[in-house]
Ligand binder design. Structure first.
Ligand code: IMP
Ligand code: MG
Length: 181
């Protein structure tokens, strides 16, 4: 497949198929299920919109503990480049105070979004914060950040599909594909 990026044709190659993603999500859910909240309270799944929408929807179906769902919208990217500036596009729910929170992200790139969210959640006073990311680009990390649960580690190439966008497009692809060149 070819797509246009900034007016130029770029090749796209499937990295993870629908089946591979589905199988890996079952594995991640097993890891999360092995770590129930210490006090038995419901785990608050905080979906980072819009990228993690599909991942979170499939993941929560495999969680076997009491679960609540919240969401937050943040923005950091324009085109295929991180702006480095994180914007909170919706307020974080104050009811997260004292709760055990699982942040669900589509991808960790520089890690700035996660660092930013961690600070915001600490200010609210969550009981604990864990991170589940479908994808992780370890070579791109700007700070020492590690997700607790990672679906797949990938290189630096920009990826689209299964929630991940290029300027708002391609989120609906059932697979994850990498933009080449
Ligand atoms: P970070 O703050 O640099 O870690 O970037 C995290 C956010 O940037 C993710 O939640 C995505 O929305 C977006 N992002 C990073 N890399 C990609 C990519 O390869 N494709 C699509 N979005 C990406
Ligand atoms: Mg995005």
């Amino acid at each position: 497949m070819k797509i246009k990026v900034g007016g130029q044709d770029r090749d796209v190659r499937v990295l993870f198929s629908e089946e591979q993603i589905r199988a890996r999500i079952v594995g991640i859910a097993k890891e999360i299920n092995a770590n129930p909240t210490p006090d038995g309270s419901a785990l608050v799944v905080l979906v980072v919109l819009h990228g993690a929408l599909l991942f979170a929807a499939d993941l929560v179906r495999h969680l076997n503990m009491p679960t609540e769902i919240e969401s937050v919208r943040i923005r950091s990217y324009h085109g295929t480049q991180s702006t480095g500036k994180i914007e909170l596009m919706s307020e974080l729910p104050l009811r997260l105070k004292g709760r055990h929170v699982l942040v669900v992200e589509d991808i960790i790139d520089s890690g700035r979004s996660i660092v930013f969210l961690r600070e915001e959640l600490n200010q609210i006073g969550v009981a604990s914060m864990q991170i589940a990311a479908l994808l992780d680009k370890p070579e791109a990390h700007a700070s020492d950040i590690q997700a607790d649960y990672v679906g797949f580690k990938i290189g630096r190439n920009f990826v689209i599909g299964y929630g991940l966008d290029l300027d708002g497009h391609y989120r609906n692809l059932p697979h994850v594909a990498e933009v080449l060149g």
